[in-house]
Design a protein around this ligand. Structure first.
Ligand code: AMP
Length: 538
């Protein structure tokens, strides 16, 4: 029997309309080198309608790809709202990509318009002659050196348009947003979110068992808007009535600290390397005020327990760990402790990767594809299914990542009976030593708990006897150091003896990917090329 319920489509349009109607006075703060620009949701939505009129005049219609090369700003938000709502497809370009990757992605997506910020013009200029599908470039700011040839000016375009635009009725399954994976193995692959998936993902970010964003929140959005849609934040903010603080390109610890003290966010979102830098900046000041924060959402890479402890002990701030990937929109798991009986147990829950959220199904598979139990011990690959998980890649690439309707995440770890997952590695990063797995993530997290260690990355290197062994690459805090023996002794209290690396490299910094994760392929290549100075543990 069919239900009697209506079947209303889930559209980004309705998030925007409702957000403007009932949360019109909510605010967006954009940091600029001169100060802070403030706009209301009503102003942002009105600008989005002006922009939609301008886009329509330029020939943007259903399915046209509109790309952005922008930092976290109000203008970027306006493009986020206008593009999918008028039926076109928003494509955010990562400003940190190499020119070959950037032109590859623009051509793969067949972008028609690119909106670029003044400060990023040199990046686009390098590939301008290689991207024939791009008909219009709109500059927020000025191309004073004329690097891009014929361009349109963002503010001038909006100034001549009305703020009336009839957002069309759309199919909820229509593509709304195109994001590319970071392509650490092979070329980046496109993932197309729909209106429906974006709507449901936004809703999932508002429930208390996940991030629980609400009208009482003010979010510091440190996760870049070119990385998985800033974890869906713009749409969630409009759905939940959440103020947004946009740091523009000012992501350093010192800036973040002053934003936290002055604009008093309740929650801040970003990758662990950013939060490590914030801790450093705070430790260099005599006082710092974190009292407005109810939490720091950290994800995109493993969050070391020592970082969770440091935020709690030094600043009274809870770290909320989240897990997801471009393929999952990205939110899929959030580590909210289920009523811990002691502060120690609470930290233990927070140090898990995440608890799978409602709407996402998970299963754990061994190398032969056999299901593994949810016992917190068996190690396998996570596979996911759900309405905001992709079922394929754009242009049908990467079909090996899907198995009978499930996404193979390439993340390896354990799952317990309560649905908490702990990631121990990526499939491509596991260390297979004498037939047994060593978790690089575990070793890194433990090493980063040593007081002298600022960052540590562990990679597999070839070994005659054991096939592979871990190589630990360590960055010390300024003015601090430790010997290999001291670090090995420290590790011996935390991991089994045979995991402890023999090979160590003390480096100035760990190479990072375009989205701020440890770039382990660069470390492996440096080792193979003999470019790392190795200290051998006796
Ligand atoms: P991306 O698609 O660039 O967002 O990368 C997704 C990948 O980041 C995941 O497949 C994981 O390998 C990694 N990742 C995200 N969150 C976490 C986390 N909390 N702990 C460990 N790895 C994570």
């Amino acid at each position: 029997m069919k239900s009697t319920m209506q079947d209303a489509p889930l559209l980004i349009r309705d998030i925007v309309l409702r957000g403007e109607q009932i949360y019109g006075t909510k605010q967006v703060f954009t940091l600029t080198p001169q100060g802070v620009d403030v706009a209301s949701f009503s102003q942002v939505a009105a600008n989005a309608r002006r922009l939609a009129n301008a886009f329509a005049r330029l020939g943007v219609s259903a399915d046209t790809r509109v790309a952005t090369l922008m930092w976290n700003t109000q203008a970027h938000m306006e493009v986020y709202l206008a593009t999918p709502t008028m039926g076109a497809i928003l494509h955010t370009l990562n400003v940190r990509l190499f020119p070959e990757q950037l032109s590859f992605i623009i051509n793969d997506a067949e972008d028609y318009v690119i909106v670029v910020e003044e400060t990023l013009i040199p990046i686009l200029a390098r590939v301008r002659s290689l991207i024939p599908s791009v008909r219009h470039i709109i500059v927020k700011g000025h191309d004073s050196e004329g690097l891009l040839g014929d361009v349109l000016n963002y503010d001038e375009l909006l100034a001549v348009e009305t703020d009336h635009f009839d957002w069309p009725d759309l199919d909820e399954r229509q593509a709304a947003i195109l994001c590319y994976t970071s392509g650490t193995t092979g070329d980046p692959k496109g993932v197309l979110y729909s209106h429906r998936s974006t709507w449901l993902h936004s809703m999932a970010s508002t429930v208390t068992n996940s991030v629980g964003l609400s009208e009482s929140d003010r979010v510091l959005a440190v996760v870049p808007m070119f990385h998985v849609n800033a974890w869906g934040l713009v749409y969630t903010a409009f759905m939940a009535g959440t103020d947004l603080i946009m740091p523009n390109m000012l992501f350093k610890g010192e800036y973040l600290l002053s934003m936290i003290e002055q604009l008093r966010p309740t929650i801040a979102l970003g990758v662990p390397t950013i939060w490590n830098d914030l801790l450093r900046a705070a430790s260099e000041k005599t006082t710092s005020d974190f009292s407005s924060l109810r939490g720091i959402l950290a994800g995109g890479a493993a969050v070391p327990r020592s970082m969770i402890e440091a935020f709690k002990e030094r600043h009274g701030v809870d770290v909320i760990q989240g897990w997801g990937m471009t393929e999952t929109s990205p939110l899929a798991a959030v580590a909210i402790p289920p009523g811990a009986s002691s502060p120690e147990e609470e930290i233990t829950y927070r140090a898990k990767t995440g608890r799978i959220i409602a709407g996402i199904e998970v299963r754990l598979k061994d190398v032969d594809g056999q299901a593994l139990p949810w016992d917190g011990v068996s190690v396998g690959e996570f596979e996911l299914r759900g309405p905001w998980v992709t079922g394929s890649y754009y242009h049908g690439q990467g079909s090996e990542s899907f198995r009978d309707g499930w996404l193979r995440t390439g993340d390896i770890g354990t799952l317990d009976a309560q649905g908490f997952m702990v990631i121990t590695d990526r499939t491509k990063d596991v260390i297979k030593s004498g037939g047994e797995w060593i978790s690089s993530v575990d070793l890194e997290n433990k090493l980063m708990g040593h007081p002298a260690v600022f960052e540590a990355a562990v990679v597999a290197v070839p070994d005659d006897r054991w096939d592979e062994r871990p190589l630990a690459c360590v960055v010390f805090r300024s003015d601090q150091t430790a010997t290999v023996e001291e670090l090995a002794t420290f590790l011996a209290d935390h991991v089994v003896k045979w995991w402890i690396p023999e090979r160590w490299a003390f480096v100035e910094s760990i190479p990072k990917t375009s989205v701020g994760k440890f770039d382990k392929k660069v470390l492996r290549a440096s080792y193979a090329a003999g470019a790392l100075e190795i200290t051998q543990r006796s």
